[in-house]
Ligand binder design. Structure first.
Ligand code: RP5
Length: 168
């Protein structure tokens, strides 16, 4: 297995259906990643160790998803100077607003780049990681540019179909 450049961490296996969207995007871009289940509250020591050792292992970006009292991204960010991207999970009781606020409202000095709640956030977290890695990797950056073009072309096609349908 190649050395991971990105670590995708989540607070529970119940976060997996959302966080695997991040892993899928990284796989599509052929970015080696490691996926872990570690909790800021249930396995704090393991979470701390992971963040402390990530940089020396060659990791460049950490993506952390958690729900409810979502402290995982913040706790990891407190133990490393690598960029940490936080993904708030949607929750039953508060629809993810709890996760969003717990992840985004970091005190000054320890940033967490927080993305949207749920699957869109998980995908964007991975794309943001690719953008960060692309600063030092031209091939990856040009893959990202062609991904954007494909995405735009798909929307243009939908627009064309839509115009045709309603012009009849
Ligand atoms: C958080 O608590 C996890 O990230 C998860 O979103 C939430 C609920 O965890 P489970 O009770 O489903 O394990 O730490």
């Amino acid at each position: 297995m190649k050395k991971p450049k990105v670590i995708v961490v989540m607070g529970s296996d119940s976060d997996l259906p959302v966080m695997e969207e991040a892993a899928k995007v990284l796989k599509d871009f052929k970015v080696p990643c490691q996926v872990r289940i570690l909790s800021a509250h249930r396995t704090p020591k393991e979470a701390k160790d992971l963040a402390e050792n990530a940089e020396s292992r060659g990791v460049k970006v950490v993506i952390a998803g958690a729900g409810g009292a979502a402290h995982l991204a913040g706790v990891l960010a407190s133990q490393t100077t690598l960029p940490v991207i936080g993904v708030p999970m949607e929750t039953k009781s508060l629809k993810g607003l709890d996760s969003l606020l717990s992840t985004v409202q970091m005190p000054s000095g320890i940033p967490v780049a927080t993305v949207a709640i749920g699957k869109a956030g998980a995908k964007n977290a991975a794309l943001l990681a690719v953008q960060i890695l692309g600063l030092q990797d031209k091939a990856l950056s040009s893959k990202l540019k062609s991904h954007r073009k494909k995405q735009a072309n798909a929307v243009k096609l939908k627009d064309k179909k839509c115009r045709l349908k309603f012009s009849k």
